[in-house]
Design a protein around this ligand. Structure first.
Ligand code: ASP
Length: 592
């Protein structure tokens, strides 16, 4: 016996007369006066099956007992559908199978949700993920994922890259998140860390002479979760020797071109434009600007240098900046009450001191809590610089530069969302952001931290400020690739010299002993002829999410965790027996 001669999207009018065997799930069942119609579904599609009591009474009788999602095998003859009953929406809509035999392979209970249509309760979908995966949308996403990983492997293979697996049980590597730790039974009291990224291993592969490495790599970061993050996620991880920033960028553009061609059949124009980090922050308040719309941030500090408005003056006197953006034509959409709420939002969510605005009514009056403090000259100058006209709304940022960038960057996105500036857009706006700073000062920790990671190479022109401790002035040879305001990936040219790496660790406040303890292996490797190298990693889940056009990363992962980090299907994480903890030399401090 064979379960199938064809899949459920295969048969056409040309097959009329053949006797076929199909297997799948009962998608729906209809009883038309004793004649039973079944839509039989498998991975590929749907075929209509008819059970005719007058021709095959026993089989028709059997079909009466079928319910949705029962798994069956049907043998029958391909028959043309009666004129007028064809279904143009189905590839198999011209035919039906007149069943001569039916085997029920497995019965299904009543489902917790229908396979068809939208299911809004995501927890329920995750709890019964195997049913959720039967839904056409999810099946489509997983296929797409396969297409993308296949295109990725083909592309890198064509470029001479080797796919090499790196350990999951490994040493901590700093990527800016918390590590997942795994206790070692064989070395009591010691722990492995799950890789936040294969960063050090891929660099060590370069020292090992591999020259061109890639991996579709699972990474683990113990972070607080947002919509587009998971505790475990997948990266397209790349590293090469004797390479430059431009070569890695060209390689990445080629990869994305192949992937978009394979997944969506579209040609994306390369090379992508490049923008310096400083410019991206100045103009768009973001290191991953969405350039599908304008709403640019404009500098106003010079206009208010001698202002009588105390708030602006004191910001400027303490080295801050005054900037604004003009939401063109937004006045009719942004009401006064709403604008007050914006202020609340800016304070609570963005930590801003406030969010001043001016709204110009269609007849040209300015409504604003602050404009009464402005001189006529200031008003005229700011209107001119921002092209401020009746019907527009201005938002101000007054703070230190970084704070203003953060707030106005978010205001810009919120304006675009509320004004629908990208609604229905199919544009794919790719961008490289380059010349990131190497280090940033973290006031909470009172120390300098790596903007990318500690292995990123400083720009050759900035080695002096690095040596002089002027860390804020040092640029990195680091690059991020952005699509429609989403960071797809980032990478850098690396440090490959022992001395420079030591210097970098020192800048990060990692003393000689800690360097040896945590990174001794890398420093040692760098002293045995490490080649110059660099690479990049792209977030695979996020990439597929954008290609699939969904807004949740969970929709493109077969078995994701929910946003509390739980797997609702298998109920992990779970408590374990004290005996198992004892074996691992571990004791829980959690009170029962
Ligand atoms: N390891 C980096 C990351 O995961 C990427 C890279 O520098 O290649 O973000």
């Amino acid at each position: 016996m064979s379960y199938r001669t064809h899949h459920c999207a295969a048969l056409r009018p040309a097959d009329v007369g053949s006797v076929v065997t199909l297997s799948g799930w009962v998608d729906s069942r209809r009883d038309h006066g004793g004649v039973i119609f079944i839509d039989l579904r498998d991975r590929e599609g749907i075929t209509q099956i008819v059970f005719r009591p007058e021709e095959h009474p026993a089989v028709a009788e059997q079909a009466h007992g079928l319910r949705g999602e029962d798994v069956i095998t049907v043998v029958g003859q391909v028959t043309p559908r009666l004129a007028g009953t064809e279904n143009a929406k189905l590839p198999t809509g011209g035919i039906e199978i007149v069943a001569t035999a039916l085997t029920v392979l497995n019965k299904a209970d009543v489902l917790p949700f229908p396979i068809e249509g939208k299911v809004s309760n995501e927890d329920l979908r995750l709890e019964y993920r195997y049913l959720d995966l039967r839904r056409a949308e999810m099946a489509k996403n997983l296929r797409l994922r396969h297409r993308v990983t296949k295109a990725t492997r083909d592309y890198f293979d064509g470029q001479g890259f080797l796919e090499i697996e790196t350990p999951i049980l490994s040493n901590p590597t700093p990527e800016g998140a918390r590590d997942f730790l795994v206790p070692s039974r064989l070395t009591p009291g010691a722990f492995y860390a799950l890789p936040q990224a294969p960063q050090q291993y891929k660099q060590l592969l370069q020292v090992g002479g591999i020259e061109k490495y890639f991996q579709i790599a699972r990474c683990f970061r113990d972070e607080d979760l947002r919509a587009e993050r998971q505790l475990e996620f997948t990266q397209i991880d790349v590293e090469a020797s004797f390479t430059t920033q431009e070569e890695i960028q060209t390689l990445t553009e080629g990869l994305l071109a192949s992937v978009f061609k394979a997944a969506l059949g579209v040609e994306i124009p390369t090379p992508f434009p490049r923008m310096a980090h400083q410019e991206a922050m100045d103009r768009f308040g973001s290191d991953k600007p969405d350039l599908r719309f304008g709403l640019e941030i404009v500098e106003l500090s010079d206009i208010f240098r001698d202002s009588q408005f105390k708030v602006f003056r004191s910001v400027l006197d303490s080295g801050g900046v005054i900037r604004a953006l003009n939401a063109k034509g937004a006045a009719e959409k942004f009401y006064k009450e709403q604008l007050k709420k914006w202020e609340e939002w800016a304070k609570v969510e963005l930590g801003a001191k406030g969010l001043a605005y001016i709204k110009a009514s269609p007849t040209g009056e300015w409504e604003s809590p602050i404009v009464k403090f402005f001189s006529d000259a200031e008003k005229a100058a700011l209107a001119e610089r921002l092209g401020f006209e009746p019907g527009d709304v201005l938002f101000f940022g007054a703070d230190q530069w970084q704070g203003v960038c953060d707030v106005l960057g978010r205001v810009r996105l919120r304006c675009s969302e509320l004004l629908g500036l990208t609604a229905g857009s199919t544009e794919l706006n790719f961008l490289w952001v380059v010349d990131f700073p190497l280090l940033a000062f973290a006031p909470e920790e009172d120390k300098w931290v790596a903007v990318h990671h500690p292995f990123t190479r400083p720009n050759a022109d900035d080695l002096q400020p690095l040596a002089d401790g002027e860390f804020g002035k040092v640029r990195a040879i680091a690059y991020d690739v952005v699509l429609n305001g989403v960071e797809l990936g980032g990478g850098s040219i690396r440090i490959h010299e022992r001395d420079l790496q030591t210097q970098m660790f020192a800048a990060l406040g990692i003393g000689p002993e800690e360097q040896q303890e945590k990174f001794g292996h890398l420093l040692r490797a760098f002293s045995f002829g490490a080649p110059p190298h660099g690479g990049i990693a792209l977030g695979l889940d996020r990439l597929i999410m954008l290609i699939a056009g969904t807004d949740s990363i969970r929709d493109v992962i077969a078995f994701p965790k929910n946003n509390r980090g739980q797997d609702l299907l298998t109920h992990s994480p779970v408590n374990v027996e004290p005996r198992l903890l004892r074996e691992l030399s571990i004791q829980s401090t959690k009170k029962p």
